[in-house]
Design a protein around this ligand. Sequence first.
Ligand code: HEC
Ligand code: HEC
Length: 415
Amino acid sequence: MKTLNIALISITILFISFNKNIIATDNDFPTFSKKEKNTIQSLSSDNYQSCQDMSNRVSGNKQAIQWGKQLFFDKRLSGSGKTACATCHDPNSAWTKHEALSHINADYPAKRHVPHLWDICYSRWFFWDGRADSLWSQALISLESPSEMNMKRIDIATLIINTPSLKDNYQRIFNAIPVGLMQALEQDDCMNGVNHSPKWTDLTTIIQGDINSLFVNIAKTISSFEETIISKDSPFDQFSQQLLSKDDMENPAISIDAAKGLKLFIGKAQCINCHSGANFSDGEFHHSFLQTGLNRDADLGRYNAIEALMQSDFNANSQYCDTDKAGFRKKVNFIYKSYEFKHQFKTPTLRNIEKTYPYMHTGQYNNLREVINHYNTISKEIKVNQHKEILLSSLSLSEHEVNDLLEFLKTLTSH
Ligand code: HEC
Ligand code: HEC
């Protein structure tokens, strides 16, 4: 009996010490189920397709990309001559500006935070409220908006026609500028003659049409460059490769805390419900219950964008769209205006998110901890419009879990 007892005790001790090795402790790397692994693969940048935009005839064209890059940095494209796209979307500041709102025109203060441009070609809609349905039509709005470039399309045409290097570049990539348009806008002094462009209403409809075409071509050139702003191969992407190849990872590309954060991101914390796919965005619009400190109706977001997009002369269903593909042209036909869209904003990509501060359409959060705390303390449920499906319910994450989530978001940095 005594020997049996001793044997039992030793077996128990053996079992306990063995178990110690197999029961996960706080310091163990989490394991992922098959389903979780599939979800993780769906977030990998390996899923990125080509950025080729069928609606833009110079998308992917090397000459256009090169010139588009120059134009992106060219201050002559602004009404003041002092602002370039890169002034606000600054490559040295992760293609954004590290301030909540960037005002460049005292008469037209900015209303929303400058979004960064990482992986912008994978968006379905553009602007925080989605009032453009192609990257090139987005650029048209930025060029003319008084709070951004503040440049009239006729002044852009005048600038191109009267600046030999710009004119040469233009004609190398697109057709020759129509003679009638040249005659209407050519100036003797050849000096950045934008101050004395003729009045729009004095021009014939043919000349107006030619100006619109040139204006669209300039925007298409700029957007062909923007399509090259892509982030890939972040530690997260490497980790997702590792998961695919073998289970026992000797040197995982992300830390234990980050891996736990990833598990939360695709599970308990529900982030995946909206930040899905390789660019971590469902491409849709949601209400995120931000306390903006503004009048409740101050910014109606998606709600006000719908009509602007449907009525735009440059939407994807217009004559300026270079594809006949119904899927692309007609997406504007499927949108409608509904009160549910009030205060909804586009789900942003989370790639390089650590570098693109501050956050949200208001730029009101300076760091990622503040954003996670926001989600962690929302008491309302976020639903798919008025449907039953709940996208975000109360989270109640512990301090530890908030830290893990934060560590995970940092693994999305590739540049
Ligand atoms: C004064 C700062 C400023 C300048 C200059 C500026 N932008 Fe922006 N840009 C913004 C702001 C602010 C928004 C968001 C506005 C909104 O959503 O209503 C924006 C939005 C965008 C978006 C949409 C991003 C997204 O996530 O949907 C793109 C693309 C863009 N700008 C490109 C450009 C280009 C190209 C130029 C130059 C032709 C330019 N911007 C000039 C401030 C600026
Ligand atoms: C219901 C859909 C939804 C869910 C769920 C969701 N998000 Fe978001 N997220 C959004 C939208 C929409 C915005 C932009 C909100 C705005 O500016 O008003 C956003 C913004 C962000 C931003 C700021 C991005 C930027 O460029 O400013 C971060 C970071 C973020 N979310 C992380 C998370 C994390 C982490 C989770 C999980 C805890 C999560 N989100 C859950 C929809 C969602």
